[in-house]
Write a protein that binds this ligand. Structure first.
Ligand code: O2Y
Ligand code: MN
Length: 602
């Protein structure tokens, strides 16, 4: 069904499949207008002015926060909605036991009813974007159709967009078809659907973050993990950072932690005083996603497909993350934080004391000490409020972010938030053992999360919400990659959150985590500063450089302890979890589980 484009907005591409698809989606959504995004500065200015005029964003104090804007989402639309997120494959088993599944036919039909006519009175923006540097053979192109200027402005920061991407796509290039409409912002008519077999994403009824910036979790993890399985690479929920050693050599690590474990802080770490004298420097390549492949040298190389940070505001301050604070001083979009009278922003656990008054994330007047009807404190900023900021503004950004080839990975770190059981750090015995460690990693629920405090949530490789196919097959894919790698990164597990009997953290975290990374790099260089335990190699008492830290011998012992009693219980919990995958779980993972269980019983 061809639709005529108004002359002014002639599609700036010769890609017939793309043009036909845009026409077809326009017929479905009935926008008043179609605008092809070129990515220019003039266009940015125009979109900002228009979004301000219609109240979609608020211009912040341009003297104090140049180029910054404020956005509030609907009250029921403040986080990813995992229960409305589906993998739509022909066969249910291809989505696996950990994903919501819908058939493609049902998915298109159900979401189609929500999309029909949803853009009446609105503009459909056509945003061509590249995940990864434009033109790199490791990058992937997507085109997002959206009726939200907020989405366009965020995509502009988080990805590379516009004419240069359309040019790179040419007349026949492959792209992911991403359709988004806020529609009625009705949670009962919200769906985030992934069609890996069609290379398509449909998101409707939301205007927030991970649900609508379709290049991020939807394309770069769910769709990309499916592509990666087919094409022989890895799409992972990992930060990438470079550690410049005292001799000037930079080693890169990739690390996977579940959401809310401080990934952004770790990626932008500043060396603590005690280690700074040694001459370490940290280079941030990415804070959330890593695409990794085996290169011709037989090593694992990674790119960060994103170009910006979509970080949580509350808790971000000059102590926890000075680099993030420097990054968001200009050209940043703030979402759901508190708006101050002088049109600057505030959030809980930031740098400043609460303002005397402000407008909270729900648009209501707020002042410190405010309580709701039930007597509970009312927060000024939503706990999941965000900043969207360009990566190049980060003082620790690595020039390799724009490097087409990426960076070689020396170590992979899996981590979780465990008050007990998991030591501060340990090294797996082999790639296969490391995959088992990643497959069984877990976090305990904190008071800040919904559910029972302390409850264990297994989150393999931090990919549970993001793996676009059967996770049993995903583990098999990891094992296969290991078989092909000639220079395998070593695999570690870290836990910054171990507590003492009083519930106090034993490890100071933040910049001090570099001491653990230093040990990890020592291990990659075969330093014998480790002792063998049933679960892997743990630092010797002298293995970590603790210069300038006040940690007693007892505390260090507790931090590094592998308690057999706790671990035997842990193994039972792991067995229960692994059983979910039935026949799809590779036998190598069971073998690693059994051998570790045996070592613990000995
Ligand atoms: O709540 C959202 O929509 C965003 S979630 C998110 C954002 C940036 C990086 N990681 C995450 C995550 O949940 O892992
Ligand atoms: Mn994430």
């Amino acid at each position: 069904m061809a639709m005529l484009f108004p002359k002014k907005t002639l599609p700036p591409t010769k890609h017939t499949v793309l043009k036909n698809w845009v026409s077809e989606m326009a017929v479905l959504c009935s926008p008043d207008k179609i605008v092809w995004i070129d990515g220019s500065e003039e266009e940015k200015k125009r979109l900002e002015d228009e979004a301000v005029a219609i109240g979609e964003i608020i211009r912040l104090n341009q003297e104090k926060l140049p180029g910054c804007f404020y956005h509030r989402t609907a009250v029921n639309d403040v986080a990813r909605t995992e229960h409305l997120t589906y993998i739509c494959t022909k066969k249910k088993e291809d989505a696996g036991p950990t994903n919501n599944w819908m058939s493609p036919k049902d998915g298109y039909k159900k979401a189609g009813t929500y999309f029909r006519g949803s853009m009446k009175g609105r503009t459909m923006y056509v945003v061509a974007f590249s995940m990864g540097p434009v033109g790199s053979s490791f990058s992937k192109i997507g085109v997002e159709l959206t009726d939200s200027i907020y989405v366009v402005l965020n995509m502009r920061i988080m990805t590379r967009i516009g004419q240069k991407v359309l040019d790179c796509l040419g007349a026949e290039g492959e792209f992911t078809k991403c359709l988004h409409s806020k529609a009625e912002l009705d949670i009962n008519k919200r769906l985030i659907l992934h069609f890996p077999e069609d290379n398509a994403i449909w998101s409707v009824g939301s205007g927030y973050g991970g649900n609508v910036l379709l290049g991020k979790k939807c394309l770069s993890l769910r769709i990309a993990s499916h592509m990666a399985k087919r094409e022989g690479w890895l799409a992972e929920h990992m930060l990438i950072m470079g550690i410049e050693e005292p001799n000037g050599h930079v080693e890169y690590i990739a690390a996977a932690f579940p959401s809310a474990c401080g990934k952004t802080n770790l990626a932008m770490l500043i060396p603590p005083e005690g280690l700074k004298v040694k001459g370490y420097k940290i280079w941030t390549v990415g804070d959330d996603i890593a695409w990794m492949r085996i290169d011709t040298d037989g090593a694992l190389w990674a790119i960060n497909p994103e170009a910006g940070f979509f970080g949580v505001a509350p808790g971000t301050n000059s102590r926890t993350n000075p680099n993030a604070m420097a990054t968001i001083r200009k050209d940043t979009i703030f979402t759901n934080v508190l708006l101050k009278k002088d049109f600057t922003v505030w959030w809980e656990d930031g740098d400043e004391p609460p303002p005397e008054e402000g407008i909270d994330w729900q648009g209501r007047p707020w002042k410190p000490g405010l309580k709701d009807e039930a007597g509970r404190p009312v927060k000024g900023a939503h706990p999941n409020s965000r900043f969207t900021a360009p990566a190049f503004q980060c003082p620790s950004i690595s020039f390799r972010l724009e490097h087409h080839h990426g960076v070689p990975i020396s170590a992979i770190v899996f981590g979780g938030r465990r008050a007990h059981v998991a030591p501060l750090v340990y090294e797996s015995f082999s790639w296969q053992h490391g995959v088992y460690v990643g497959a069984t990693m877990a976090s305990e629920r904190t008071a800040a999360q919904v559910g029972k405090v302390g409850e264990i949530r297994r989150d393999p490789m931090a990919m549970l919400p993001f793996c676009g196919y059967n996770m049993g097959e995903y583990f098999a894919h990891w094992l296969n990659i290991g078989r092909k790698l000639e220079k395998k990164p070593r695999i570690f597990h870290a836990n910054w959150f171990r507590t003492d009997e009083k519930g106090e953290f034993l490890w100071p975290g933040y910049g001090e985590n570099l001491r653990v990374l230093e040990w990890i790099l020592d291990r990659c260089n075969d330093k014998p500063n480790a002792v063998k335990t049933p679960i892997g190699y743990v630092p010797t008492q002298e293995g970590l450089d603790l210069t300038g830290l006040h940690i007693s011998k007892e505390e260090l012992k507790k931090l590094l302890e592998v308690d057999r009693f706790d671990w035997i219980q842990e193994m039972e919990s792991q067995r229960e979890f692994l059983s979910i995958f039935g026949e799809d779980l590779p036998e190598e993972i069971w073998k690693e589980w059994e051998e570790q269980n045996k070592r613990l019983q000995e």
